[in-house]
Every structure is written in structure tokens, then in C-alpha cells.
Design a protein around this ligand. Structure first.
Ligand SMILES: Nc1ncnc2c1ncn2[C@@H]1O[C@H](COP(=O)(O)OP(=O)(O)OP(=O)(O)O)[C@@H](O)[C@H]1O
Ligand SMILES: [Mg+2]
Length: 527
């Protein structure tokens, strides 16, 4: 039994009556002026006490929308929610909390300059300047011990890694003593640390919580849940007991028929170096050293993959190369020319594309429309502008092309603000915008974050095509499968240094995994 105190026999005996704590019946949701169809179309879903119920679906399936409906962030267009068998109307997240429903959102949303405890105090109903912070701090320590979600209540959020911030978000929700916990894609930022989270969720299920766990990863659905419900384009494809289903069935439910891509790779032909980084040093937001003596080069048509747990300098490295963070020492050389500490515009002009880690904050300008975001970097140049005139029909045609090629779900190119798109759909737009000119160099940080299996295949194929066309590509990823599938060489980063460099073809998964886990230097270390 997957970490659940109620055996399947017991739970089938009660047939989801007495132990069902949250139920949604015939849930429909539409947004004014968006699509002709409903975003959620008559969904039935129930969560039982003591179970982890996984909600699985590809990008844009409606997972976040249903989670928002079940927790009070959105009002339903139709349908009914029941808590412990009683009908409830949730008009706000506060109503959700009052009924014991807590939601951990897909995107991290803590206030960066504040401490963990201050962030939690901010969310409390009695929050005012006199709120007894020490009480909150004690409670955070207690919760963090109880659920093994270790976090220092006095730590400033901006100093925390993505994994730690997420733990803080979970504690923030647990603070309200919920009985039902909804987690929206909690592993998309912490894939390397997912085991730890799974353990915590399993023990919560054992304590009797009902957990709705949202993911687009089939592997996770099979690993963690007791039951799994599959959503496709706003419709439920059915609920299965995890022990009685398998990958093949779930793939079919999610996508219809789909066969994963097979990647072909020719050896790197060219000796020309496109991107070179020499002895680079930089500071993190907390003024601590983030990069220490980092040196490497990437040739034309080569993919260098950076493996490692996030928070070891990868983000800062990408930021320094793309001009978003200052180097305190060392050089960034692009095509033989020194671009150290140049502004981002110069670096874009030098032919460097950037798929950033923070897609909503850095990747797009959220209040702008989809069309505006697609041409964000090209609006002043041909073919989109002539003199001071913008060629609107060219921009529209181009945006349409990117949206359809990358399968982004967008209702109106010129009316939809990018803010309302799902995370995976934003990622598709960014990938489209950053690759369509076949750039000389791409810095891609977690390029497939939030994408479903089919879109990941497309992205991997796209990177292979760009590689064949001569692009030099730097990829940062926590997903070792992705690094192994794409990279010609693999660098392992730990504590701001490159601790290992491997030939992709000879790379040994276990050895790399061990190096990531321990941060110890490997025998093949070379630059
Ligand atoms: N506030 C909104 N207004 C209009 N449309 C919306 C709004 N929120 C979401 N949508 C649309 O609803 C659909 C489902 O979005 P949702 O965010 O639930 O997808 P998801 O399954 O969570 O995808 P992902 O895996 O990418 O996070 C998308 O097409 C999205 O553009
Ligand atoms: Mg989502």
C-alpha cells in the first residue's frame, strides 16, 4: 500500500462514502470571452481521507483551474462541491481554508525580502503590525519537525532554494490546519528533491489527510498516488486505482495514442568555439559567492548540459552569461569577443537566446498580450518593423505560426494577456520566441519545466535540430534523463563550481548521480 493507512479493501468497503472528504460533482468552468468550449467540462472528482489522489493531465488540461475551483480561488460556473458530504459554496480562498482545504500553488509566491515566518504571518486573518511573530516562528518549527519539511522560520525567502521555498509554501498552508491538501505540480521546480516531498506526503496521508496531487508526469502518478484521475482538454478521462493501471494505459488516457521520439545524434563536427567562460565568479542575491572559478567552452553544434541540484550556481551562471547578473571576476567570450558584464540587449544582438528559469518574471511580460510577447525581442527589426512602423499583419502571422507550431493554447493573440496562460503554455511561447531565428547560441534553463511528455519530446527534437544547424547550446536541468538524452558533454555543478565534466556518450548515470548527490569531484574532471 503506497503510504496510506487505509487499505484498498477497506476503502472499497466504504465505497468512498464516509471517508470521502472532498468531492466535486459536475464541475464546469468557463471564462468570459475565452474559447467557445468550457475550460472544465462536467468533472467529477473525490478525495478520500488517508489517500493521495493524483490528478494527471498535459499542459492546458485544466488541472490548475480545477484546483483553484476546489480551493475557493475560482467560483464554479456549474456543479457542486461537497466537504464531508455537505454541499459548500466557496467564494474565496478563505472559505476554502474555513472548510479545511489548503492549496499549494504551482508558482512560488512568497514575498522575497521577508522571512518564512513573516510570510506566514502576512497570510493570517489577524495579521497586523503587532502580530506575535515568535508564536508563528515556534509553530513553523513544530510543523516542520512534525512533517519533516525542515525550514528555518527566520530564513529570508530570497536566500532559500526553490525546494526550500516550496517547503515554506507547504508549511504556510499547513499552518491553517487543513484536512485536505491540494498541491499543484509541486515537483516541477524540485525534481531532484522529489523523494523527500513524497515521503512527507505519504506520512501526511497516513495521518489521515486527503491529498490531491497534481502532476503531468506519469511516473510520479504511478509512484505516489492511491488513485489517479486523468484530465484531457477540460474533460475527465476517468479514475483508476494506481495499483491496477500502468504507464501504457495512462499515456493513452492522457494523449490518445503517442509514441516517444527517438533522438539521432551525429558527432560534433566543428572545432569553432562559440561561447567561452573563463574563471567566472559572481555573487548570489545574499552576497555569498554563487560562482567560483567556472570555466568551460561550447563549440558550434554542441550541447553542454549542466546537471545538479538547483541552487548550486546554475541559475547565476545563466544570468551572468545573458547579462542579467554582474560577474565579479572572469570573462564571458562570445565568438571571440569579450561580453563580460555587457547589458542583455548587447548579448541578444550577439546572437544569444535565453530560455530563463523564471518564465513568468523574466521570460514574458505578463500584462502584455501573447502577440506582443512573441515579438518582444524582435519588434524593432525586420520583418516586423520598417522605420518607426510596426507591420501588424506580419506580427500576427508570426505569432500565429509560433502558437500553432508549439501547440500553445491561446484564445486571442491580441486580447489574451500572457498572465492567464498556463505555465506550460507560457513555456511553449518562450521556446518558440527564442528558437525561431535558429540562434547561434542558446542558454536554456529548465527548458522543459512544466511541459507534458509530448511537448518534452518536441522540445528535445527541436534542440537536436538546432544543434545540427550549428547552435551552441547550454542546458541546465535537474532531470538527468533530459541531460543524458541531449548533451554532448555533461558538467556537474556543486557549490558554485564545476566538479565534473563527462563525455555524453561515455557518461555513466550512477556516477553522475553520485556526484550530484555528494558534490565530490570526479576522476574525469576536465575543462
Ligand atoms: N483566468 C483565466 N482566463 C481565461 N482562461 C484561462 C484562465 N486560467 C486558465 N485559463 C485557460 O484554461 C486552460 C487550462 O489551464 P490550466 O492552467 O488549468 O492548465 P494546466 O492543466 O494546469 O496546465 P499546465 O500543466 O501547463 O500547468 C488553458 O487553456 C488556460 O489558458
Ligand atoms: Mg497548471
Amino acid at each position: 500500500m503506497r503510504g496510506c493507512s487505509i487499505s484498498k479493501e477497506e476503502s472499497s468497503l466504504v465505497e468512498g462514502k464516509s471517508d470521502t472528504i472532498l468531492e466535486g460533482k459536475g464541475i464546469c468552468k468557463g471564462f468570459p470571452g475565452v474559447w467557445e468550449h468550457l475550460i472544465l467540462d462536467h468533472i467529477d472528482i473525490d478525495v478520500r481521507a488517508g489517500e493521495i489522489h493524483t490528478l494527471l493531465g498535459e499542459n492546458g488540461a485544466g488541472k490548475t483551474v480545477i484546483a483553484n475551483c476546489l480551493s475557493g480561488f475560482y467560483m464554479l460556473s456549474e456543479g457542486q462541491i461537497y466537504v464531508k458530504g455537505k454541499p459548500v459554496t466557496l467564494k474565496s480562498p478563505r472559505d476554502g481554508i474555513r472548510h479545511g482545504i489548503g492549496m499549494v500553488h504551482q508558482e512560488l509566491a512568497l514575498v522575497k525580502p521577508f522571512t518564512v515566518a513573516e510570510n506566514i504571518a502576512l497570510g493570517l486573518p489577524t495579521s497586523d503590525l503587532t502580530f506575535p511573530l515568535p508564536e508563528v516562528e515556534d509553530r513553523v518549527r513544530e510543523l516542520s519537525e512534525k512533517y519533516k519539511l525542515y525550514i528555518d522560520p527566520l530564513a529570508r525567502v530570497e536566500d532559500l532554494s526553490a525546494g526550500e521555498q516550496q517547503r515554506a509554501e507547504i508549511i504556510k498552508v499547513l499552518y491553517h490546519d487543513p484536512e485536505i491538501l491540494i498541491l499543484d505540480e509541486p515537483t516541477s521546480l524540485i525534481s531532484a528533491d522529489a523523494e523527500h516531498l513524497f515521503e512527507a506526503l505519504n506520512s501526511m496521508a497516513e495521518m489521515g489527510y486527503g491529498i490531491l496531487f497534481i502532476t503531468h508526469k506519469i511516473k510520479e502518478a504511478l509512484e505516489i498516488g492511491n488513485r489517479v484521475t486523468v484530465l484531457r482538454l477540460g474533460k475527465s478521462m476517468g479514475t483508476r486505482e494506481t495499483a491496477k493501471t500502468d504507464k501504457t494505459e495512462l499515456v493513452k488516457l492522457m494523449f490518445g495514442e503517442h509514441t516517444p521520439a527517438h533522438l539521432e545524434r551525429k558527432p560534433v563536427g566543428s572545432k569553432r568555439v562559440v561561447l567561452e567562460v573563463r574563471n567566472l565568479e559572481a555573487l548570489a542575491a545574499d552576497e555569498e559567492p554563487a560562482l567560483q572559478g567556472v570555466s568551460f567552452s561550447i563549440r558550434e553544434g554542441e550541447i553542454l548540459g549542466f546537471a545538479g541540484v538547483s541552487g548550486n550556481g546554475q541559475s547565476e551562471l545563466a544570468e551572468v552569461i545573458t547579462g542579467l547578473r554582474r560577474a565579479t571576476k572572469g570573462e564571458v567570450i562570445i565568438h571571440g569577443k569579450d561580453y563580460t558584464n555587457h547589458n542583455p540587449r548587447d548579448i541578444i544582438r550577439a546572437g544569444v537566446s535565453h530560455v530563463p528559469e523564471k518564465r513568468r518574471e523574466v521570460g514574458v511580460i505578463e500584462p502584455m498580450t501573447v502577440a506582443e510577447n512573441v515579438v518582444l525581442k524582435d519588434i524593432r527589426v525586420s520583418p516586423f518593423s520598417k522605420g518607426s512602423f510596426v507591420n501588424i499583419s506580419r506580427v500576427t502571422a508570426h505569432a500565429k505560426e509560433i502558437v500553432s507550431r508549439f501547440g500553445a493554447l491561446v484564445s486571442d493573440l491580441w486580447k489574451s494577456q500572457t498572465r492567464i496562460l498556463s505555465g506550460g503554455n507560457i513555456q511553449r511561447l518562450i521556446l518558440g520566441r527564442e528558437t525561431w531565428r535558429m540562434p547561434k547560441c542558446i542558454v536554456a534553463v529548465y527548458p522543459t519545466q512544466g511541459l507534458d511528455a509530448k511537448a518534452i519530446d518536441h522540445t528535445w527534437e527541436l534542440f537536436m535540430r538546432l544543434r545540427e544547424a550549428g547552435s551552441s547550446i547550454l542546458i541546465v536541468s535537474e532531470d538527468l534523463d533530459e541531460i543524458m538524452a541531449l548533451s554532448d558533454r555533461i558538467a556537474v555543478m556543486s557549490n558554485g563550481r564545476i566538479v565534473g565534466m563527462f563525455e555524453g556518450s561515455k557518461a555513466n548515470r550512477e556516477e553522475i548521480g553520485l556526484m550530484i548527490a555528494t558534490g565530490a569531484s570526479g576522476s574525469e574532471h576536465s575543462q
